[in-house]
Design a protein around this ligand. Structure first.
Ligand code: PLP
Length: 352
C-alpha cells in the first residue's frame, strides 16, 4: 500500500521486504521489550541479522575486533566475506582484556562477542567488553542467542546491539529460521535500511510463528536451565566422561562471572568422553531420546559433534587451538523429563 506520493520515501512503502508490515512491527516491539532495548527488527535468519549488522557498521577500510571462538557461520563470514569487501578483523581472547589494546587500530569500529560461546560454553568478560568499547568509542555487539532474553539482556547491561538467531530459543520449536537485532534506536534504524536493500526480511507467517513461540519462552528456558544443570552434574560424575563444559558447574572457569551476570546458566552444554571421537560416535548411536542434529534451543534434546557440523568450516588446527576436539559432543537440552534423559545416557555410557 502506498499512502502518499509527497514526502514518503521508498522505505515507507508498506511492503514485506521493507520490514514495516504489522506482524514485523509487533514482533520488533515485543523483542525490544524482552531485552529492554530501545528498538528491534526481525530478520530472515540469525546470519541475516549478523551479516546485515556488520555490513551496516563497517565500511571498506574498517576494522573489527571479534572474539576468537564464534559460531561457525559468523566465523566464516568474518574471515572470508569481510576481507573480500576490504574490511579487516582481528580476533581477541575474551578472557584476556589486557591483550585487546594491542589489536586496536585507528580504523577499529566495533567489538563483537557471544554471550556464551559455541560449543565450549566460555563466558566472555562482558564488563570488560563494555568498558573497552566505551573507552575506545567502539560499537559493542553481542550474539545473545545462547542465553536468550530470559537469562541475559545485553541492552540493560550496556551493549549497543544484541543479535539473536531466533531460530533457537526465541522460537523454540525448530520449525522456522529467523533472526533479530535489538538495541540503540539509531543503530537499529541504520541496520533496517541496509536490511531493506539486502532483502533479509522475515516473512509475516514466520513472524506469527515466532510471536507464538515467544509466548512460552520463559517457561521453556527456566526448565531447560534446571534440566541442563542436573544433566551436567550427572555427566561430571561419570567415570567415562573426560570433561563437561557448563557454566553452572562450580568447576567451570567462569562460573562465578556467569552467576553474577545471568539469571540462569542456559540449556547448552558440551562434553568429551575418555574414548574420544570413537566413543562419542558410539554414545550418540546408543542414545534413544535425543535427536542427532546441529541446531539448538528447541523443545527436543539435540546432540551434535561440532567438528563435523557447525565448526567444520574451520581448519583442524584452528579448532584444536581453541579447544574443539574431534570427539566433543554438544548438547541442547530440550523439555523432556530430565530423569528420562539421564537414564538414556546411563545406558548409552555402559561399555558394550
Ligand atoms: N548465532 C549462533 C550462536 C548460532 O548458533 C547460530 C546458528 O546455529 C547462528 C547465530 C545463525 O543463526 P541462523 O541459523 O538462524 O542463521
Amino acid at each position: 500500500m502506498f499512502e502518499s506520493a509527497g514526502e514518503t520515501s521508498y522505505h515507507d512503502i508498506k511492503y514485506i521486504r521493507l520490514n514495516n508490515t504489522p506482524n514485523q512491527i509487533a514482533l520488533g516491539l515485543k523483542l525490544a521489550a524482552l531485552e529492554n532495548g530501545e528498538l528491534a527488527i526481525v530478520t530472515s535468519s540469525g546470519m541475516a541479522a549478523i551479516s546485515t549488522t556488520l555490513l551496516t557498521l563497517l565500511s571498506p577500510g574498517g576494522h573489527l575486533l571479534a572474539q576468537n571462538c564464534l559460531y561457525g557461520g559468523t566465523h566464516d563470514f568474518v574471515t572470508s566475506d569481510l576481507p573480500a569487501l576490504g574490511i579487516s578483523y582481528d580476533f581477541i581472547d575474551a578472557q584476556r582484556p589486557d591483550t585487546w589494546s594491542e589489536k586496536l587500530r585507528p580504523n577499529t569500529r566495533a567489538i563483537y562477542v557471544e554471550t556464551i560461546t559455541n560449543p565450549l560454553m566460555e563466558v566472555a568478560d562482558h564488563k570488560a567488553v563494555i568498558n573497552f568499547a566505551k573507552a575506545h568509542h567502539l560499537i559493542s555487539i553481542i550474539d545473545n542467542t545462547f542465553a536468550s532474553p530470559v537469562n541475559f539482556r545485553p541492552p540493560e547491561f550496556g551493549y549497543d546491539l544484541s543479535i539473536h538467531s531466533c531460530t533457537k530459543y526465541l522460537n523454540g520449536h525448530s520449525d522456522i529460521v529467523a533472526g533479530a537485532v535489538i538495541g540503540k534506536s539509531k543503530l537499529v534504524e541504520q541496520v533496517k535500511l541496509r536490511l531493506d536493500h539486502l532483502g533479509g526480511s522475515l516473512d509475516p507467517h514466520a513472524c506469527f510463528l515466532l510471536h507464538r513461540g515467544i509466548k512460552t519462552l520463559a517457561v521453556r528456558v527456566r526448565y531447560q536451565n534446571a534440566s541442563a544443570q542436573k544433566i551436567a552434574e550427572f555427566l561430571g560424575a561419570q567415570p567415562a566422561v573426560q570433561k563437561v563444559n557448563y557454566p553452572g558447574l562450580r568447576g567451570h572457569p567462569q562460573h562465578q562471572r556467569a552467576a553474577e551476570l545471568f539469571n540462569g546458566f542456559g540449556g547448552m552444554l558440551s562434553f568429551e568422553l575418555k574414548g574420544g571421537k570413537v566413543a562419542a560416535e558410539e554414545f550418540m548411536e546408543k542414545t534413544t531420546l535425543p535427536i542427532v542434529a546441529p541446531s539448538l534451543g528447541g523443545v527436543e534434546t539435540l546432540l551434535t559433534i561440532p567438528a563435523t557440523t557447525s565448526h567444520s568450516g574451520m581448519s583442524r588446527e584452528d579448532r584444536e587451538r581453541i579447544g574443539i576436539s574431534d570427539g566433543l559432543i554438544r548438547m541442547s537440552v530440550g523439555i523432556e523429563n530430565t530423569e528420562d534423559i539421564i537414564k538414556d545416557f546411563e545406558q548409552a555410557l555402559k561399555p558394550s
